[in-house]
Design a protein around this ligand. Structure first.
Ligand code: NA7
Length: 563
């Protein structure tokens, strides 16, 4: 144990949407000494690192922001339907200035370990710079898709050209001008990046392992009328995002696919296609739960690909998709399929030829050598748990989080893990997180954590941690919720950890819907923090017996999952 340390009430790791709001509530509402430790050199979290060409949020800007303050909401105007990374960073900077947050954030500070000290009920953190901090409460705001996944393809170290992962994109301008570029990956990121890279590349080779559905984003500048409209309707917008299963500002249709005729369906899909965006999946109530219903949407989207892409073989490679629409995170795009009509773009179908190795000057497949000046890995993330495991987190008795989660993350409500007292995980595994519009999920967690800490302080409670029983039941319920959807039918999804070699195949986010989840969190509080063990030096309030099983049972009837 070190003698040289800075001690505060609360430390938050990460200066993105989560960290900034949590700093505000703990410092300004509870008057706690609070600091944020951030690895990057500025604000932004996910959006500090994701600066790849074409990067853009797929939530609409008027809903991708804080709603805890009407004043802040109305003082900011977004310029486009979907915000890009720079505009999101500008927005977070505006909020940080408004709330005077920057003085409590330490940038360029990578936390390498966090150990719970039993004697003092404190967390001791060490950083890469060798500093040591202690805090009573440790809150992670480290994001869900921030640990880059670079596949272990033989030969990368021999490659003499440039290479980048989209999630760690350089801050300096990267030129594609006249270069031969290989892009590996066709998830949301690859689908956004390819059209922009193709604008200037000499030749772009897109290496596709699994084809993807995509709906046009139809991004556009926002009119003054629209800006005024959203400001005027703040209360209604907030009410909608806080009551929908996925935190988005639109309602999912209550009509089921086969309640309409084929003609009506085509008209409905076409209308949704023209409107663009993620709400395509809300066209019918049962698209995400009923395979036959889903097939109708899938077929519509595959036909769109065949109509857009002129080369028949390329179109078939792009449209031969063997899993349900929205079974993986559904991308939205700007001219992705149109890009394959350009002379300087080729699709490499890795179902027909696979990558053997990276050479000094290109990629060798089973069929040919493709000479390249640059390789771009749009290969996604070790999502949800990856960032936790980059730190050495140890709870009671020196047990590591990595060990505790070795068969998959085990949390209660995604907020706490048994054996890790006073560690709160914003949008942690087992919460709706990536299945929800992120700022909505973040605000709910930050507010819940703030009330919990307030309750602890008012009642002289030293530690709060999830009970094992509650975590076991919650993990069971997270699985039930996922099993009620088509999400579990896609074997290569990062929701299941399937994109990372050696990662356990467990469905990590909660698919029961943000609205249902919010009610369960509130219910735990009403039942004296049921499922959480509250300890003070004098007594233990072991709330596990109050677990509200009836609510878990009701939650099993999942008809409209939060995806
Ligand atoms: P994703 O959605 O995980 O996509 C990664 C892509 O990279 C996907 O097409 C993968 O194919 C492909 N990939 C991964 N490893 C390889 C190897 N070894 N060879 C070939 N292709 C590979 O990540 P994104 O960054 O696009 O999106 C992440 C989230 O960010 C997104 O869902 C939004 O929420 C925002 P696969 O499908 O695994 O066959």
């Amino acid at each position: 144990m070190s003698e040289q340390h800075n001690s505060v009430d609360a430390i938050i790791i990460g200066a993105g949407f989560s960290g900034l709001y949590q700093l505000h509530t703990l410092r300004d509402q509870l008057n706690l000494s609070t600091m944020v430790l951030e690895a990057g050199t500025d604000l932004g979290g996910t959006w500090f690192w994701n600066r790849y060409p074409g990067a853009r949020c797929d939530s609409e800007s008027y809903s991708y922001c804080y709603m805890f303050s009407e004043e802040i909401y109305k003082e900011w105007s977004w310029s486009e339907r979907y915000p890009g990374p720079q505009e999101i960073r500008n927005y977070l900077d505006f909020v940080a200035q408004k709330l005077e947050l920057r003085s409590h954030i330490k940038f360029n500070t990578l936390v390498t370990s966090a150990h719970f000290i039993e004697e003092t009920n404190q967390w001791e953190l060490t950083t890469k710079n060798g500093e040591i901090y202690r805090a009573t409460y440790l809150i992670t705001g480290i994001g869900c898709i921030s640990s880059a996944n670079i596949p272990n393809i033989p030969g990368l170290k021999n490659f003499k050209g440039e290479w980048y992962h989209t999630g760690n994109w350089p801050h300096e301008q990267v030129s594609f001008e006249n270069k031969r570029i290989g892009q590996i990956g066709t998830g949301s990121t690859g689908i956004q990046a390819a059209p922009v890279i193709a604008e200037t590349a000499g030749h772009l080779h897109v290496f596709q392992r699994t084809p993807n559905y995509s709906v046009p984003a139809r991004n556009a500048p926002l009119t003054d009328d629209w800006k005024e409209h959203v400001h005027k309707n703040f209360k209604e917008i907030k009410q909608v995002v806080q009551s929908t299963p996925n935190g988005f500002p639109y309602r999912i249709s209550t009509t089921k696919v086969f309640e309409q005729s084929e003609n009506e369906r085509q008209t409905a899909y076409e209308k949704a296609w023209q409107k663009g965006g993620l709400q395509f999946r809300a066209t019918y109530q049962d698209i995400t739960t009923n395979k036959k219903a889903n097939d109708t949407a899938a077929e519509f989207l595959k036909n769109k690909i065949r109509t857009v892409v002129r080369d028949k073989e390329t179109a078939e490679s792009l449209a031969t998709i063997d899993y349900p629409y929205a079974g993986k995170r559904p991308p939205i795009d700007t001219n992705y399929f149109e890009t394959f009509n350009k002379d300087n773009v080729s699709l490499i179908n890795l179902k027909k030829e696979s990558i053997v190795k990276i050479t000094e000057n290109g990629i060798q497949t089973t069929e040919r050598h493709i000479p390249l000046d640059m390789i771009i890995f749009a290969t996604g993330f070790d999502a949800i748990t990856g960032k936790f495991f980059e730190m050495d987190i140890q709870g009671r008795n020196g047990i590591s989080l990595k060990e505790t989660w070795k068969e998959g993350p085990k949390t209660y409500l995604g907020l706490q893990t048994p054996g890790f007292p006073n560690l709160f995980t914003i949008t942690g595994p087992g919460s709706p997180s990536v299945l929800c519009n992120m700022p909505v999920a973040i605000e709910q967690h930050v507010e819940w954590i703030t009330h919990c800490i307030e309750h602890m302080r008012n009642n002289k409670i030293d530690t709060c941690e999830a009970s094992q029983e509650a975590a076991d039941k919650w993990v069971e319920h997270v699985n039930e919720a996922a099993n009620a959807t088509l999400l579990v039918t896609v074997p290569h999804s990062w929701y299941l950890g399937a994109n990372v070699v050696g990662k356990p195949r467990i469905f990590m986010p909660y698919a029961g819907g943000m609205d249902r989840y919010r009610a369960l969190c509130e219910d735990a509080v009403k039942n004296h923090y049921a499922g959480f063990i509250m300890n003070s030096k004098n007594s233990t309030n072991h709330s596990k017996n109050n677990l509200t099983n009836h609510n878990f049972d009701a939650a099993k009837k999942i008809t409209t999952p939060g995806i």
